[in-house]
Design a binder for this molecule. Structure first.
Ligand SMILES: [Mn+2]
Length: 203
């Protein structure tokens, strides 16, 4: 972020009968992550999201894991999305669009992002197994649906190919991280303008 401009960070606290979650993000961080959701595989994925977006993330989630991981994963996605949206403010001076094809061993996954203020998820990813360890693979989509909806971003994720389900999930998080990093990056040529002919990216 240019010197003298406001910090692009935000904290969201979210409490329901199912989960209690606190998320702090700093869009202009170094990818520092302090993550504790009680779901090991999800922590590993969120660690990737922070590391490769260079967004600092502090995430503390206590959910009803005695039922299953669903509420915890979805609500963490909601809180991260809300925190990113709040940190973006009026979305001035951002690059807005970015995409990447991200390779990991035998797997290739694309993520394309428009930080548009218009929530939309296109999800073209299939897993060959319902579980990665104890983690339900269908929750990967649930997370990104919650993230896109609450961050106010258009997000397309497409797995071109891949054999290993851990790799397929991990490339989704890494690809979204890298695309998000580029899309929220200040574009010096925008000079603080909102990158839209409409004049607003608030949806
Ligand atoms: Mn891994």
């Amino acid at each position: 972020m240019a010197k003298g401009s406001a910090a692009r960070s935000a904290t969201i606290e979210r409490k329901t009968k199912e989960t209690g979650i606190t998320v702090t993000v700093d869009l202009d961080g170094t990818g520092r992550a302090e993550i504790a959701t009680g779901v090991g595989f999800f922590d590993h994925m969120l660690d990737q999201l922070a590391r490769h977006s260079l967004i600092d993330m502090k995430i503390d989630a206590k959910g009803d894991l005695h039922i299953d991981d669903h509420h915890t994963v979805e609500d963490t996605g909601i809180a991260i999305g809300q925190a990113i949206s709040k940190a973006l403010g009026e979305r001035r001076g951002i690059t807005r669009y970015a995409s990447i094809d991200l390779a990991m061993d035998e797997t290739l996954t694309k993520a394309a992002i428009d930080v548009s203020g218009r929530p939309f998820l296109v999800w073209n990813v299939e897993f060959s197994s319902p579980k990665i360890g104890t983690f339900d693979t269908e929750l990967v989509r649930e997370f990104f649906q919650a993230l896109a909806q609450n961050a106010g971003i258009t997000l397309h994720v497409m797995n071109h190919y891949g054999a290993n389900n851990h790799h397929i999930a991990e490339t989704c998080f890494k690809a979204v991280a890298r695309a998000l990093r580029a899309a929220v990056e200040p574009d010096p040529r925008q000079d603080g303008m909102v990158p839209s002919t409409k004049g607003t990216l608030k949806g």
